[in-house]
Ligand binder design. Structure first.
Ligand code: AMP
Ligand code: MG
Length: 423
């Protein structure tokens, strides 16, 4: 279970910029450190918790990059054809079992180890078969090739002893390949974070249930579940909590027994119908971080006993933005992973927009255009933080920096694709 330093989310109530809030999280969140070995096929998307060091050169031996003939470069006439007898064969996995003679060629195939030589050196060059002519058992080679051509050097991919993957990396398919190339069958990764997930609100109903007057279906839990699952969390979906501090308190108390993180949505504005605050305060601590962002009002951070607690806003769009900007890096950090700032890229805005200075704003946009040169971002006409359909139609978020106050159509802006942050 996470060890939080005492009251680590406390701060002085000032408006916090995104960069400041991220730095603060980075400081106060201590990785849980629970690791488990898993076979490579179970390691995709997991956080690596060890450095992977290559025990040998990759490739282990010099080998041929093409199908052709391995020769001694010094046997070649510099400016005329050379005829060499073909005296052996080396295929991938089947090296030539004796040294290759001077003055002869060895038939060789891609990936086959270069033949060993003698005290007169070793074959050092491979002629591509397309550049050779075969005359009985003799191969005729044109002049003009460079010494060492078509030969791959031992260790050219990875040198023995090199660190090929560092702890903290989130494993992608090619990383699994790299670990395998280094000879690893298993790797040490972070245990999935056990997350307890609740919604709060008397108006919420389970999808599919009867919709009583004044009620809505609980959509946040499905969204947040997806966001957590994308990070490899083991999510316990613990349903909807009524707007009663006592109910919430009891549920959180139980959840804290066997989870690493508790996430709720709703009930954390500061109105009289917001019952999360007293519930968490009865069990631990709660702080409202006043983030200088839109959408997303205060983010509630605290602890239930020793378990970190995140209270997300209720509005679906605010949920998504605060999760992506704050909770996602927090989870990566709890897992011991690197949490780099997500990469955005430049697109042209087709809209005008006014914003308040000193806060960061995210707009839901759809892209049109047929390539990087002319992507055009279109903003959704309805900006409300409750308009979930705008997120569904959006390809990502345009991020407007704190300093900006007016955006003119045609300006280049930072676009953060959802694909960068939702897996
Ligand atoms: P609250 O922060 O609890 O006052 O909620 C703010 C708004 O978000 C209200 O309109 C709620 O009905 C709505 N809301 C809260 N939780 C959810 C949820 N789980 N799914 C959909 N909407 C929600
Ligand atoms: Mg509510």
């Amino acid at each position: 279970m996470a060890q939080l330093s005492d009251d680590c989310f406390a701060q002085d109530g000032r408006l916090m910029r995104v960069a400041e809030a991220r730095a603060l999280l980075e400081r106060v969140i201590v990785p849980i450190g629970a690791a488990e070995p898993v076979p490579l096929h179970g390691a995709l998307g997991r956080i690596l918790l060890e450095d992977i060091v290559a025990g040998h050169d990759v490739p282990p031996r010099d080998n041929s990059a093409v199908d052709g003939y391995a020769i001694y470069f010094d046997d070649l006439n510099p400016d005329a054809e050379t005829a060499l007898p073909v005296t052996g064969r080396a295929a991938a996995g089947h090296p030539l079992e004796r040294p290759a003679r001077r003055g002869a060629a060895v038939r060789i195939f891609t990936g086959a180890a270069m033949p060993a030589g003698s005290d007169q050196g070793a074959p050092d060059t491979v002629m591509m078969q397309e550049d050779c002519r075969l005359d009985g058992d003799t191969v005729v080679v044109a002049p003009g090739i460079k010494r060492g051509a078509n030969r791959r050097a031992a260790g050219e991919d990875i040198a023995a002893g090199a660190t090929v993957l560092r702890a903290g990396r989130r494993l992608r398919p090619q990383d699994l390949g790299q670990a395998a190339a280094a000879g690893r069958r298993e790797v040490l990764v972070a245990k999935p974070l056990r997350v307890a997930l609740f919604s709060t609100g008397d108006e919420l109903r389970e999808p599919g249930a009867a919709l009583d007057p004044g009620c809505i279906y609980d959509s946040n839990r499905a969204t947040i579940h997806g966001l957590l699952a994308g990070l490899g969390c083991a999510v316990d979906d613990l349903g909807i909590l009524a707007d009663r501090a006592e109910t919430i308190r009891a549920a959180l108390d139980t959840a804290a027994q066997d989870h690493d993180l508790i996430v709720t949505s709703g009930g954390v504005s500061v109105g009289e119908e917001d019952h999360v605050k007293p519930a968490v305060e009865a069990l631990g601590k709660l702080h409202f971080w006043r983030l200088a962002i839109k959408p997303g009002r205060p983010l509630a951070l605290g602890q239930v006993g020793a378990v970190p607690f995140v209270g997300l806003p209720g509005n679906p769009v605010a949920v998504m933005v605060t999760f992506l900007t704050m909770v996602r890096p927090m989870i990566l950090r709890l897992l011991g992973g690197d949490a780099p700032v997500p990469r955005s890229f430049k697109v042209r805005a087709d809209f005008a927009h006014k914003k308040k200075k000193d806060r960061r704003e995210w707009l839901r946009v759809r892209l049109s255009g047929d390539g990087p040169e002319n992507w055009l971002a279109h903003k959704f006409p309805r900006e409300g933080a409750g308009i979930l359909s705008s997120l569904v139609e959006a390809d990502g978020l345009v991020e407007l920096p704190e300093d900006l106050t007016r955006l003119e159509p045609g300006t280049m802006v930072d676009f953060l694709p959802f694909s960068e942050v939702t897996t």
